[in-house]
Design a protein around this ligand. Sequence first.
Ligand SMILES: Cc1cc2nc3c(=O)[nH]c(=O)nc-3n(C[C@H](O)[C@H](O)[C@H](O)COP(=O)(O)OP(=O)(O)OC[C@H]3O[C@@H](n4cnc5c(N)ncnc54)[C@H](O)[C@@H]3O)c2cc1C
Length: 266
Amino acid sequence: MPLTLQTCATADAAGAALSSDAAARYLGGGTLIVRHANEGDVSFSRYVRSTDPSLSAITVEGGRVTLGASVTMGRILADKRLHCLADAAHAVGGPAIRNMATVGGNLYAPAPYGDLGVALLALDATVAIGGKTLPLEDFLRDRDTVHARSVLTAVSFALPADGALRFLKVSRVKPKGVSVVTIAALLDERNGTIDSARIAYGCMADRPVRAPAVEAALAGRPRTADGIGDALAVASDGMEPVTDAIASAWYRAEVLPVHLGRLLLA
Ligand SMILES: Cc1cc2nc3c(=O)[nH]c(=O)nc-3n(C[C@H](O)[C@H](O)[C@H](O)COP(=O)(O)OP(=O)(O)OC[C@H]3O[C@@H](n4cnc5c(N)ncnc54)[C@H](O)[C@@H]3O)c2cc1C
């Protein structure tokens, strides 16, 4: 089946084109969607993309970062103001993928992908989509239903204190294998005690998810082996890890507390 490409000057026009044609798909960097087409996915016959400059913008103002959806992992890595996201951006594929892979595409990518999304979820990011701003967590919940035919235009978050965001991607193939489990932790600490924590996982569901049981078990505890013990005991509570060629759901749940402990104590 022939594939057509429609280029729209504005994100709004791209959104309208997407919502009016069930056979249209938004084209970000194309690292996943073009692969689907090459592998014979005939559920779509039209790519829609947008050259709207706002989609490629990076702004850092008043302690808040806004990334247009078309910003690539490579551009995040090249921008020193975004060093809090460097580990997560670097975790996405190899250099060729990072040169193409966009922020917007990463938030739509199913597990075992979505490494940047895990860090953004821990950062309590918001997304701009369909003219509205909503918490990333809400977007992710409704991503494949309510937001399946919209254009995500930007993601925004408050810059964390230096070192407050911890990120770990565990993979079996070095240096650029896909994730067994990805963990991001935003810790607010005072005098060695964790005041509050936001913990996000990749591969513990089909998309990035928070770990509320772990967050509750960490609050008010010292960041020591004893202090985080209760949190590790509930590390996989409420999770539905994915099974794929890399690891089974059982394996992912088994190794999660080990890696969470390492990340928290590092
Ligand atoms: C070899 C290889 C290795 C990879 N390794 C990793 C990895 O280690 N970690 C990881 O996280 N990912 C990995 N990926 C997956 C992928 O490259 C990234 O997740 C990337 O960020 C996806 O972005 P994209 O712009 O290429 O998405 P695209 O392929 O353009 O799009 C992916 C999906 O998102 C939708 N979409 C894209 N942008 C928008 C938008 N702005 N609004 C609405 N919908 C949108 C598309 O319609 C499509 O359904 C890998 C892919 C390959 C091929």
